[in-house]
Write a protein that binds this ligand. Structure first.
Ligand SMILES: *Cc1c(COP(=O)(O)O)cnc(C)c1O
Length: 399
């Protein structure tokens, strides 16, 4: 389905404009500004051996196609494939690999990815080893003759460790393995892994792309046609295709991605600084803050080089477990819930929620302790957010 803006026009447009108008298609002659929801499982053929380009919605669907074109354009990819969830996208991606293959993954990773690698990929004969990918020497040393891919998150979930995508792309190219970057935290608005040399960028579209905590989605964005052909074949075969309604919701979410992200990361910077101030009190309740935009964050300079912002995710540790539980129970504006990236601020307890299935000794070694909290900063008024965190940390009497 051609984009009404035309490829030549798309080239000169800024991200904010493409996020809005990249979704316009000319499939509808009414002039509708929003992409229609093609809630159809199948499509009629005009004749034998002829097709409108749409046969069956597991193969193609116009709403999904508009979403895929938009995400491919924003990520600077050759193609984007839209899945039911981020995990479905990663599960399909793993079908590229065969028994005996080896994959290197960042050692601080979304808990669901770790569970997939251990519970599913392991049984399928794929060996995953975990490395601190912010250490280029360590990443290079981990490459074996059978290494087929490096799977990287940056900043990581939840410890906010930043890896150098271009440097990792260099060592992956040398050794002939794929560089896969989970770009869920920064989104193409703030970082473009494919332009930095990655072969595949992936997303939980449930998070910032959708942005409203009302739909699940996942994406694989490919740098080259041969990758997209292999993945599209696996996609139509395994069938985790996003439905038209959710595709529509994510398309609508993407229209406001830049304005949401600007506001969310503005709020996040202010909250990160405020939390940092709390660590300087005598007998502090907050003992450490992890946010790549803070002056003492080891990934600050690298983040400035490879991304245009720091995102809106903050992790922080409390003095003890009881205080961490207290914060989760006392927040009122901020909601105690899993997930991230939406317009509502959410606080999560990684050790019991997102990373519950990561072995305890591994969690402890990485700092995912019973004192660690993770905050996804939303678009609320900053004064309300700060006041809420203050009362949750110190109790009503002290605010
Ligand atoms: C949430 C998340 C996923 C999984 O996505 P779902 O849409 O929940 O399946 C993968 N990676 C990261 C970084 C995430 O935050």
């Amino acid at each position: 389905m051609p984009n009404t803006l035309g490829d030549n026009h798309v080239k000169g447009l800024a991200f904010e404009t493409l996020a809005l108008h990249g979704t316009r298609t000319n499939a509808d002659k009414t002039g509708a500004l929003t992409t229609p929801i093609y809630q159809s499982a199948t499509f009629a053929h005009p004749g034998v051996g002829r097709s409108t380009g749409f046969d069956y919605s597991r193969l193609q669907n116009p709403t999904r196609q508009a979403l895929e074109e938009t995400v491919a354009t924003l990520e600077g990819g050759d193609d984007a494939i839209a899945f039911t969830t981020g995990m479905a996208a990663i599960a399909c991606l793993m079908e590229l690999f065969a028994p005996g293959d080896h994959i290197i993954a960042s050692d601080d990773l979304y808990g669901g990815s770790v569970r997939l690698f251990s519970a599913v990929s392991g049984k399928n004969g794929i060996d995953v080893s975990y490395v601190d990918t912010s250490d280029i020497g360590a990443a290079r040393a981990a490459i074996r003759p059978n290494t087929k891919a490096m799977f990287v998150e940056t900043p990581t979930n939840p410890m906010m460790i930043v890896s150098d995508v271009a440097a990792l792309a260099g060592i992956c190219k040398e050794s002939g393995c794929l560089l896969i970057v989970d770009n869920t935290f920064l989104t193409p608005y703030l970082m473009k892994p494919i332009a930095l040399g990655a072969d595949i960028a992936l997303h939980s579209g449930t998070k910032y792309l959708g942005g409203h905590n009302d739909a699940l989605a996942g994406f694989l964005v490919t740098a080259r046609p041969e990758l997209s052909e292999r993945l599209r074949y696996l996609y139509k075969t395994t069938g985790a295709c996003i439905g038209p309604m959710d595709a529509y919701l994510v398309l609508r979410g993407i229209k406001t991605l830049p304005v949401r992200m600007d506001r969310q990361q503005g709020n996040a910077m202010e909250i990160a600084r405020w939390l940092k101030e709390q660590t300087r009190r005598a007998d502090p309740a907050v003992t450490a803050v992890y946010y790549p935009g803070l002056d003492d964050h080891p990934g600050l300079e690298l983040s400035k080089r490879q991304a245009s912002g720091f995102g809106a995710m903050i992790s922080f540790t409390m003095k003890d477990e009881a205080l961490a539980h207290g914060v989760l129970e006392r927040v009122r504006v901020v909601q105690f819930a899993e997930s991230l990236g939406g317009i509502e601020s959410l606080i999560t307890y990684p050790t019991m929620q997102t990373h519950a299935d990561v072995p305890p000794e591994v969690k402890e070694a990485r700092g995912i302790t019973s004192k660690l909290l993770r905050l996804s900063v939303g678009i609320e008024n900053i004064k309300d957010l700060k006041a809420d965190l203050e009362q949750a940390i110190y109790g009503e009497s002290q605010t």
